[in-house]
Design a protein around this ligand. Structure first.
Ligand SMILES: NC(=O)c1ccc[n+]([C@@H]2O[C@H](COP(=O)([O-])OP(=O)(O)OC[C@H]3O[C@@H](n4cnc5c(N)ncnc54)[C@H](OP(=O)(O)O)[C@@H]3O)[C@@H](O)[C@H]2O)c1
Length: 279
């Protein structure tokens, strides 16, 4: 689905945890016109509270309190390690809310148990949400109504594209692919910049070329009707430079290693569900 404007005038959104992911979603919401007065954040870290208040002019509090009762939607953006403790602190004030968790790994049954409500939706977003180009996968517990799903969509569509999953376990794969994915892209960009500077380009030149190449290739892959391997073949002249680079990567098993790394990410998501979601 693609972003569109929808009426969100009745929504009041409380973020529990105001770190990187919450900031990315809040940035997307504000850019799309949600009034700052409809957003509040609970964030224990003083420096981060100051940053949020300064950057977004939203209400930020140190601890969970009665003001959370206004929330029609509670967005859980704490680390999986601290979710349980945060839930204990906030659950008394958020019983009327619909709950949206962005935490990796923590299963919706666990969340429903901690929060004392079945109205739980899980999301796996990513940080390009900050500029309205996020990718989010969603999974709803059966008790979440069509209206609940719509309320979640209203929030998520302000941050980019989204899709619904039928099976919760797929969220761990999504986490390994698009949740962590921006970090892989930045990692490759870093490597391209480093190699470019090694080969005599200035850092600025290498960065402009690397970032522009990712942007252009992504846009081409998005618009093209052919699959990525066909687009790749068009870059790879017989016996040429790309062939030399790809042969070197194949010989070093880069693709297999990269896939292995993604499996490690999915495995970690599942482990976090067991480790931090234990009753
Ligand atoms: N970053 C991503 O790209 C990304 C993508 C998809 C999903 N996620 C998920 O999003 C969640 C947040 O990740 P993040 O990267 O945003 O982490 P983060 O930057 O560390 O943000 C979490 C924030 O929650 C605060 N917090 C800790 N205990 C709290 C409590 N009891 N009540 C309220 N807030 C509390 C933390 O404060 P302290 O620092 O003082 O502990 C921290 O500022 C994680 O579950 C992660 O799996 C992240």
């Amino acid at each position: 689905m693609t972003p569109q404007t929808t009426d969100s005038s009745n929504q009041h959104i409380a973020f529990i945890g105001g770190g990187n992911m919450a900031s990315a979603i809040i940035g997307g919401l504000l850019k799309r016109g949600l009034p700052a007065s409809q957003i509040q954040v609970v964030e224990p870290f003083a420096e981060q509270r100051a940053r949020l208040a300064q950057q977004f002019q939203i209400e930020v509090s140190e601890t969970a309190g009665a003001s959370l009762a206004r929330a029609t939607l509670a967005v859980w953006a704490v680390k999986p390690q601290t979710f349980r403790q945060a839930a204990e602190q906030s659950r008394a004030h958020t019983q009327a809310a619909l709950h949206l968790s962005v935490a990796a790994g923590i299963r919706s049954s666990t969340i429903a148990g901690w929060l004392g409500t079945e109205r739980v939706v899980r999301a796996m977003p990513n940080t390009p949400a900050l500029i309205g180009q996020g990718m989010t996968a969603l999974f709803a517990r059966p008790a979440a109504s069509a209206a609940d799903r719509l309320a979640v969509e209203r929030v998520v569509q302000t941050t980019g594209q989204y899709l619904w999953l039928d099976e919760e376990a797929q969220l761990d794969a999504v986490t390994a692919l698009s949740g962590s994915g921006p970090a892989y892209v930045f990692y490759f960009i870093e490597a391209m910049i480093e190699a470019g500077t090694d080969m005599g380009l200035s850092r600025e030149q290498a960065q402009q070329l690397a970032v522009g190449t990712f942007a252009g290739a992504s846009a081409l892959a998005h618009e093209a009707t052919e699959p990525p391997e066909v687009l790749r073949a068009r870059v790879t002249s017989k016996g040429g430079t790309t062939y030399a680079a790809l042969t070197s990567m194949e010989q070093d098993g880069i693709k297999e290693k990269f896939m292995q790394a993604m499996h490690a990410a999915r495995q970690r998501a599942s482990e976090m569900g067991d480790e931090f979601g234990a009753a």
